[in-house]
Structures are given as structure tokens and as C-alpha cells.
Write a protein that binds this ligand. Structure first.
Ligand code: O7M
Length: 213
């Protein structure tokens, strides 16, 4: 994944046509596309390979199963062209290690989630999940743009691992605050794909990021 714009597009749209339209529009101002269940279920898993021809794909199945099944899921995602995957840490170190191994290190572990409910169960254990990501050899963690102070705290735990951070725009987080707190990339969905002009929206976010570095 390039590190030019530091913007990852969360492509939670419901059709192949919309997916390709938004990626084509935003492609110069994003570094990767996060493809998850809404789009995969709406269009079929071939969408992973189709988008991977245009941009690096991070497959977001928030994988949370026993190690052997995690391996099967990651294998399928990588075979279809994903450059990285996202998994949950609460399932334990063996499950996370299975994802990391199958993805050859290209796995991100969810820590504290960005929505209000993320405070309920994920926040109290987020530091441990971040430490697990590090010890398991993951590429990085997912941390909340809605709580930049937590990004800074989690950064102290993970050292040089990468932080990709959702919650900018529709969930109330700001790109500049997120980057200043120590995130490497912002993850943005609705503020780009629901915009009148997705290209302009992506560019504005990438510009805000550049001014915050
Ligand atoms: O910008 P939005 O709010 O439209 O979309 C945010 C995206 O980030 C959406 O795809 C969510 O699944 C994802 N996300 C969160 O919003 N919060 C989290 O805590 C974690 C994720 C995520 O990407 O996890 C991998």
C-alpha cells in the first residue's frame, strides 16, 4: 500500500457499478480500498479481484473464528487479490497468529471500535488487543478517529506498527486530529462515497491529511 495520501476508502456501497464509479473518481486521492461484507454480499467476492486491479484492497471481514477457519478465510481473501486483511483480537493470540501467518504479516487487528458501543466491551481491553497485535507480528491496528486521545495511547503500546483509523466524517472524527494523534492512515466511507463529488471529497481529505503531517 502506498503512503501518498494516507486515505483508505471504506467502500460500503451496494452495487458493482457504484463501487467502480467511486473508486475511479477517488483513485488519485486514496491509497487503498477497504472492501467488507456489504459490498461482498451485494456483488459477490469477485469484486475483491476487480477492485484490486485498480487499487490495493484491504479485506475487512473482521475475522473472528478459530485458527483453522481464520486461515481458510484469509487464504480465500489473498487468493482473490487482497493485499491485507482485518481481524479481531478478542478471539485470542492463536486466532490472530493464524491470520498473520496466512496473510504473511499483512493483517490489521481491531482494537477499540469507533462507535459509541465500542466503549462498552472493546475499550476496556483495547490496550491488551494492541499488545497482542504487536506480539503476534501483525502489520498494525485499527483505532478510533472518534477518540484521538486513544490513538495516541495505543501508539505508545504498538511502537512502529501502523495505525489505520476509521470514524472520520460521518462518525464525527476529523482527519487532521486523527493524523496528529499518530494514525498512519484515515479510513473514510460515507464522507466520500455519499458525497456529490467523491473525487473532490477524497482530495479535500487527502489535503487535510497533508497539512497535518
Ligand atoms: O466513514 P464511515 O463511517 O462511513 O465508515 C467507516 C468504516 O470503517 C466502515 O467500513 C466500518 O466498518 C469501519 N470501521 C469503523 O467504522 N469503526 C471501527 O471501529 C472499525 C472499522 C473498521 O474498519 O474495522 C476494520
Amino acid at each position: 500500500m502506498q503512503r501518498k495520501n494516507r486515505v483508505i476508502l471504506a467502500l460500503d456501497v451496494k452495487s458493482r457499478a457504484d463501487a467502480l464509479r467511486v473508486v475511479e473518481a477517488a483513485r488519485d486521492h486514496i491509497d487503498a480500498v477497504k472492501v467488507g461484507w456489504p459490498l461482498i454480499l451485494a456483488t459477490g467476492p469477485d469484486i475483491i479481484s476487480d477492485i484490486a486491479k485498480l487499487k490495493d484492497v484491504i479485506c475487512d471481514m473482521k475475522i473472528a473464528d478459530i485458527p483453522s477457519v481464520n486461515t481458510l478465510i484469509v487464504d480465500q481473501a489473498i487468493r482473490r487479490g487482497a493485499s491485507a486483511v482485518i481481524c479481531h483480537g478478542f478471539v485470542g493470540d492463536d486466532s490472530v497468529k493464524a491470520c498473520v501467518e496466512a496473510a504473511k504479516g499483512q493483517a490489521f487487528v481491531v482494537t477499540e471500535m469507533s462507535h459509541p458501543g465500542g466503549k462498552q466491551f472493546t475499550a476496556p481491553v483495547a490496550d491488551k488487543l494492541a499488545a497482542l497485535a504487536r506480539s503476534a507480528g501483525a502489520r498494525g491496528i485499527v483505532a478510533p478517529a472518534t477518540r484521538p486521545e486513544r490513538i495516541a495511547e495505543l501508539r505508545r503500546i504498538i511502537g512502529k506498527l501502523e495505525i489505520i483509523s476509521p470514524g472520520v466524517g460521518a462518525q464525527g472524527g476529523k482527519a487532521s486530529d486523527t493524523i496528529k494523534a499518530g494514525a498512519d492512515y484515515i479510513i473514510v466511507g460515507r464522507a466520500i462515497y455519499e458525497a456529490q463529488d467523491p473525487k473532490a471529497a477524497a482530495k479535500a481529505l487527502a489535503d487535510e491529511v497533508k497539512q497535518s503531517i
